[in-house]
Write a protein that binds this ligand. Structure first.
Ligand code: 8YV
Length: 329
């Protein structure tokens, strides 16, 4: 990398403090309108940028990377999930990829609990009833009954940082912690969380009351919750997803909700984001959020800080701390 300021293109608006610092440190092009970039805009960007800073809304696929100029050396993703980037092609072309792990763990875990509570206790339906006199004329002993979460079994799919942060919170709410992961977590963590490891996802699903998806989307986790697997769930079970929509067969899930084979779902992410399955939109048993898991000002500033550290370290000739390599996926 040259000693002059490197050319950095940021695809979306970032918090002011982050943009200001990026402008000080780098020759930064910002996206003042915040309009998502088209594939051809992205191709234009990778023809001139030395560093590209994309987000989840940018598809940095093989075609985009193959059209990049030789000056492109770093893709510093503003986000932890890197399923928007073809990491293998980038790596093969000698382009380093980084992400922003760790700083959105607690916020995403909070959103997971918010969804578990919202679905189980019908928070959105209840809030919507306020002020609508046809729906709510006053308290009634049998109206708007939800399901207790205390004492229920939570099955976490993906026990990384976020899965563990969900487990800590859930334990405080009196849930029993179960999890499926490629490998069991360290015994000290299992002990702290009083967590039960299930090597077989199928067996875990059949016994849970609440399922939380907290694994990344990779080729290996695509439709991990397939139509067949979701049939193993109890009809009283609920599913929440704050990870990636692609992990669940969304159509199959919508069908099960319609047939009362599932009690509810809480989704912050969608299979064809930003499109939302119309069948889910119509279903009062689905609590839907517009990908807000990491949407706190603190979280987004910390993500920006990580992006800056990754770029700065790279430009200074060192290995950036949050490198992503294909073997991690
Ligand atoms: C981010 C996320 O907002 O970091 C992630 O993986 O899913 C989100 O919380 C988004 O990815 C930003 O690019």
């Amino acid at each position: 990398m040259p000693t002059r300021k490197p050319t950095v293109i940021v695809t979306r608006r970032l918090p002011d403090v982050v943009e200001t610092r990026m402008r000080e440190l780098f020759a930064t092009t910002l996206n003042e309108t915040d309009a998502p970039m088209s594939q051809s805009d992205l191709v234009e960007a990778v023809k001139t940028a030395e560093v590209l800073v994309p987000t989840v809304t940018d598809r940095i696929d093989k075609s985009v990377i193959m059209q990049a100029g030789d000056q492109l050396k770093l893709i510093a993703n503003f986000g932890t999930g890197v399923d928007n980037i073809d990491v293998e092609t980038a790596t093969n072309r000698g382009i380093t990829v980084t992400n922003t792990p760790g700083v959105l763990t607690e916020d995403t875990a909070d959103m997971t609990l918010a969804l578990i509570l919202a679905v189980s206790r019908r928070v959105i339906e209840g809030a919507d009833a306020i002020g609508n006199e046809e729906v709510w004329q006053g308290w009634s002993p049998t109206w708007m009954l939800g399901r207790r979460i205390y004492g229920k079994r939570l099955g976490i799919i993906g026990m990384g940082r976020i899965g563990q942060a969900v487990a800590r919170r859930a334990k405080a709410f009196g849930l029993q912690i179960h999890y499926h992961n490629r490998k069991p977590v360290h015994a000290s963590i299992e002990e702290e969380l009083e967590a039960t490891y299930w090597e077989s996802l199928d067996q875990m699903l059949a016994r849970m009351d609440i399922i939380s998806v907290n694994c990344p989307h990779t080729p290996g986790t695509y439709h991990l919750l397939s139509a067949r697997r979701m049939q193993l769930l109890k009809p009283t079970a609920i599913i929440v997803n704050t990870a990636r929509g692609e992990v669940i067969d969304e159509n199959a899930m919508a069908r099960m909700l319609e047939k009362d084979e599932l009690a509810g779902v809480g989704l912050d992410v969608f299979e064809h984001e930003p499109a939302v399955n119309p069948r889910l939109l119509k279903n009062p048993k689905a609590v839907l959020m517009p990908h807000m898991g990491s949407a706190t000002i603190e979280g987004r500033v910390d993500m920006g800080e990580k992006v800056i550290i990754n770029i700065k370290t790279f430009v200074d000739g060192h290995k950036p701390p949050d490198r992503v390599v294909p073997a991690m996926l």
